[in-house]
Ligand binder design. Sequence first.
Ligand SMILES: Cc1cc2nc3c(=O)[nH]c(=O)nc-3n(C[C@H](O)[C@H](O)[C@H](O)COP(=O)(O)OP(=O)(O)OC[C@H]3O[C@@H](n4cnc5c(N)ncnc54)[C@H](O)[C@@H]3O)c2cc1C
Length: 490
Amino acid sequence: MASIAVNSPSSGSNYFMKDGVASFNTNRLCSFSFESSLFGSKISTKQLTLSVNGTGTTRPKPTIYSGSGPVKASSHSFDVVIVGAGIIGLTIARQFLIGSDLSVAVVDKAVPCSGATGAGQGYIWMVNKNPGSETWELTKRSHQLWKMLAETIRDQGMDPFQVLGWKKTGSLLVGRTPGDSVVLRNRVRQLSEAGLRAEYLFSNELLSKEPAVFVGSDGGAAFAPDDCQLDAWRTVSYIEKVNRNFALEGRYAEFYHEPVTGLVRSTNTGEVEAVQTSNNTLYGKAIVVAAGCWSRSLMHDLVRGSNVKLDVLVKPRKGHLLVIENFNSLQLNHGLMEVGYVDHQNAILTSEQDDHSQTLAVSMTATMDTMGNLILGSSRQFVGFSTEVDDAIILHILKRAGDFFPKLKELSLTDFSKNGKVRVGLRPYMPDGKPVIGRVPGLSNLFLATGHEGQGLTTALGTAEMVVDMVLGNPTHVDNSPFAAQGRCC
Ligand SMILES: Cc1cc2nc3c(=O)[nH]c(=O)nc-3n(C[C@H](O)[C@H](O)[C@H](O)COP(=O)(O)OP(=O)(O)OC[C@H]3O[C@@H](n4cnc5c(N)ncnc54)[C@H](O)[C@@H]3O)c2cc1C
């Protein structure tokens, strides 16, 4: 019988960190079953003993180390170590925990919601996606998984609105010009052909559904009644709660406020054995890097000195979102977005545009959150890793929203500063518009899940399912080949 040891740094207990506060699990010995194909063919369900006691390491000293920080003595072992506690990392952790018997650690340089996830508006939408595109099936599957999760929560006697901020508002993709109307009609046709419920609304029909919006007599909307929205903060909090339930049986641990600084690799196989954080060495049979827009520089550090040539082209795409409290003169029944958003989101950088290209795009997005606040978006910019609030962008967003909602024209920047908050996040943008989900070529137990740009909330559950199936050696529900790192990052 194989054994995996999880050692704590000093107390001899399995420890569980929340916002820097440790709580201790005195459950010293437990056993669990394990099914995996991490190293070759599928291992059938097999009992492993998880021994959670003792101090010191159970592994030999690291043999090859690449990274920017010093190697630390405290070590812990898990089946899977996930780098990044945004929506992608946390949902991958949840999927391993509920869908296998593997033990999981999540490590983050800060806390969940400190990255793009905390800024997300919460659209879980199909209306703005293109049937037949390479991301369509993943998005559709993920949409379905979110709906199933909301149903499961309801079946358990809880309210998905309270738990996830879940609302089936339906979506309205709106346009104001005759050209927009043609685009919207085509979209409705394509969505209907792809099996989704969608209908085109003329401006008067739109007005009866959503009285606050004005698109003029030439405008219209694509309406998808099954689209939904969630609240990223509530959802993350729920997923963390689910994950933490597994801490009691020794299968889950969090290491927050611990930047990952390097990798430890075996001299024999060259495989990744562990990630090095600022405080700990975390051993894992599989390592998943889900570090959002920071994945590129992190991966550079992690593969430095190895033969692996990898450049994950993900870069930060800054977004501002306005949260307007107590603005009772505008109520929305649906989530709304202008049709131009689709082009802005899909805009692909040309090779002449360098890393600091401004390429500002602002398109109107509007939702009501669980507290009844009006959320207005959104901007897209390539300005590096800065998350500073920019007043010019706030004005831009207010003006664009005013073009669609006349009542907002009454709102000045001064009014907004009294009753408003700004959320800024860095979307993980991939130049080819697709996330990277898959193995790192040359390091078979190192996986990437990043580059979801403005779709990471929507596609999180589908991504999590895909990653777990890949790690376990199961067939993936959705074809994973369009998302492979091979050919795109190396
Ligand atoms: C304004 C805005 C609106 C959006 N609206 C929507 C929407 O309506 N619907 C939708 O589907 N998506 C939306 N998105 C996109 C969505 O928020 C992102 O795609 C998603 O949050 C990405 O999740 P992630 O986990 O990959 O990244 P992140 O949330 O950024 O998480 C990455 C994590 O990695 C950690 N990390 C980085 N480096 C290290 C390191 N060295 N060591 C340890 N940890 C590290 C970070 O601290 C961070 O917590 C929006 C984004 C923005 C900015």
